[in-house]
Ligand binder design. Structure first.
Ligand code: PLP
Length: 394
């Protein structure tokens, strides 16, 4: 059988066996509606509430502050549009975010701009870190919300969330963080870190796709995002996706279990990858090495086109992702890499490898054998590389 190495865990993860086993009864025999009063319904309700407790224990909040949603994008939309709707009544009309947020946040902010909101997009510097002092200077009388991601999905940089939380608390401004990439890799405690709203998604932590959470601090009381039935304490209508919610609870519990030892193992593999790839001439690591998720590698190779690199890696059985906005089908370089100040042609030649605890040291050796060979081949065909070499010679 051909070798396949999955190194795109920031895109999605494989479901874990234990998550699947926890879910299976709720896809078959335990099919009741959690709102029904008979036994079958009550056991579905119990399963949902157990998952809520598991999630609350991981985030350091009360179970009543957990709302199940359909995905990370929904949680981001609800948090941002919800605060906007609530705070507009108080005359607020300003939001602070960063230039390199996920599109679930950026496009939501753009939508609000069309409705008359003003949005400040903070710079992230060449290291890909938001400066809490910049957040503080951007806060105005009419600021309703600060929304800054916990960890970036492309370059894996981890933001100074407790410091930003403290700034927001001091100024009485709501603080939302998109923690979709951080959960399970970084110790999160919403109370200690002064987080008012937090989004997470199941499929990045070995739960199924199509389930997420919005943590909403007690007392915030955002308007409903989906109107209808009384599910999620009248806040988010729609019959609960019981099996997926059970899977998410289990996945969160697993992700939090032995996070330290698991991170150390992944970190060792990541560092070997980074060092090995940086040994290729004219490459650079994108984003801070120090403040970085344990499994994230994002490297630019001068004179190389990201899409070709991905196709050649695919032929060798390696699943990875590039710094181009491939989701939109456009050839524009990613807004994240441009926010770091990378020139277009360098941003184009970027590779993201996102590994996790299921990768092995043999996977890393294989990647380190294959990538330099491909870079050499691509550069041999690249007019851009030829120009770089000529310039270097002069
Ligand atoms: N936010 C971040 C940082 C992400 O990486 C993603 C997914 O890639 C999302 C939000 C959206 O999550 P979902 O796919 O569950 O909608």
């Amino acid at each position: 059988m051909e070798r396949q190495i999955y190194a795109d865990n920031a895109a999605t993860t494989q479901m874990s066996q234990r998550v699947l086993e926890a879910m299976l009864p709720h896809l078959m025999g335990e099919y009741g509606n959690p709102s029904s009063i008979y036994g079958l319904g009550r056991s579905a309700r119990m399963a949902v509430e157990t998952a809520r407790e598991q999630a609350a224990a991981v985030l350091g909040c009360l179970p009543g502050e957990i709302y199940f949603t359909s995905c990370g994008s929904e949680s981001d939309n609800w948090a941002i549009k919800g605060v906007a709707e609530k705070m507009a009544e108080k005359g607020k009309k300003h939001i602070i975010t960063s230039a390199f947020e996920h599109h679930a946040v950026l496009h939501t902010c753009k939508h609000l701009e069309k409705l008359g909101w003003q949005v400040t997009y903070l710079p992230v510097g060449s290291e890909g870190i938001v400066n809490p002092a910049d957040v503080e200077s951007a806060i105005r009388e009419d600021t309703a919300l600060v929304t800054i991601m916990y960890a970036n999905n492309e370059i894996g940089t981890v933001q100074p969330i407790p410091e930003i939380g403290a700034v927001c608390k001091a100024h009485g401004v709501y603080f939302h963080t998109d923690a979709v990439q951080a959960v399970g890799h970084v110790a999160i405690n919403v109370k200690e870190q002064n987080i008012d709203l937090l989004s997470l998604s199941g499929h990045k932590i070995h739960a199924p796709k199509g389930v997420g959470i919005l943590y909403m601090k007690n007392g915030i009381g955002l308007p409903n995002f989906i109107d209808g039935g009384g599910q999620e304490r009248n806040k988010r209508a729609g019959t609960e996706n019981v099996a997926s919610i059970v899977g998410l609870g289990k996945a969160l519990e697993e992700a939090n279990f032995q996070m330290g030892p698991r991170n150390s193992r992944v970190l060792a593999m990541r560092d070997k990858l980074i060092d090995g790839l940086l040994a290729i001439p004219r490459t650079r690591l994108n984003g801070s090495r120090e403040h970085r998720l344990p499994g994230n590698v994002n490297i630019s190779f001068e004179g190389v086109e990201g899409e070709s690199l991905l196709l050649m890696l695919d032929l060798k059985g390696i699943c990875a992702s590039s710094g181009s906005a491939c989701t939109s089908g456009s050839l524009d370089p990613s807004h994240v890499l441009l926010a770091l100040g990378l020139p277009h042609e360098i941003a184009h030649g970027s590779l993201r490898l996102s590994i996790n605890e299921w990768n092995t040291p043999e996977d890393i050796d294989y990647i380190l054998q294959v990538v330099p060979e491909i870079i050499t081949k691509l550069r041999a065909m690249s007019p851009l590389w030829e120009r770089i070499c000529k310039e270097e010679a002069n």
